[in-house]
Design a protein around this ligand. Sequence first.
Ligand SMILES: [Zn+2]
Length: 301
Amino acid sequence: MQIHTEGLVIRESSVGESDRLVTLLTREEGVVRAFARKAKTLRSRQASSTQLLCYSRLTLYKGRDKYMINDAHPIEVFFDLRGDLERLSLAQYFCELAGFFAPEAAPAGDFLRLILNALHFLTRRTRPLPLLKAVVEMRLLALAGYMPNLVCCRECACYEADRMLFFPWRGELCCASCWENRRGEGLQPGEPVCPLGKGTLTGLRHTVYADLDKLFAFRLPEAGLRELEQVSEQYLLHTAGRGFQTLEFYRQMELAGMRGVPAERENEGYHGETENVSRKVLESPGTGQDPGASGGENRLP
Ligand SMILES: [Zn+2]
């Protein structure tokens, strides 16, 4: 059976002298492992379109127990990231997360769109890395069915309070006064409790509840970004129940002092942006043109 779809290469490995086994995040079939014959020979068009971080229009043959790539035309390649280890390592982390959380043998258009948008902003350098990381982590979890309850305090149902706390092991909020009354009650040994600034809470809600086309369009000061990134990572790791090698590698890049967060001038919390930046991203399969060049009117899938 032939399948036509778009897909991003989220993992690749060599098989024999000239073949390649790739893991794809596809719009129609979710996460797919597929063989690309002769993908390493120089003249093959599949040579570039089956490399890591290449987004291609694909013709797949679905056999009884495996997929073959029959044809592949690159739509967008994110190879620029290879010149920047820190950004590359974050991109690889996003790919590993997608491979873990996106469904197999089921449509995964929103997962694909999320990762493509994140790679776009990583390449363009227009968003701080902790923001990209937190958005991808939280939204992937929400798409995969692990939606936290960020609407209100779990005890008194207030939407906002002077201080709100987040429980990353259970994906719930509690206001400070309810917490004072029931301190420690029901907590597991070692369970973290994370106080959130108002801006951070608004940012965290944005990562889960905002429309996909406005998802990356907000700002936080650096302290808020750090807070956001920490709680999203704790929620993700606890939900996944495992660590990720690519995250470890990204952390090593950070320790090596290779990481730079652009300083935000604003010192007050969250800023939503009215400009709908992310509509300009990538999203019109079939045209093959630079997604940024069409004036932001690309149809979203
Ligand atoms: Zn409360």
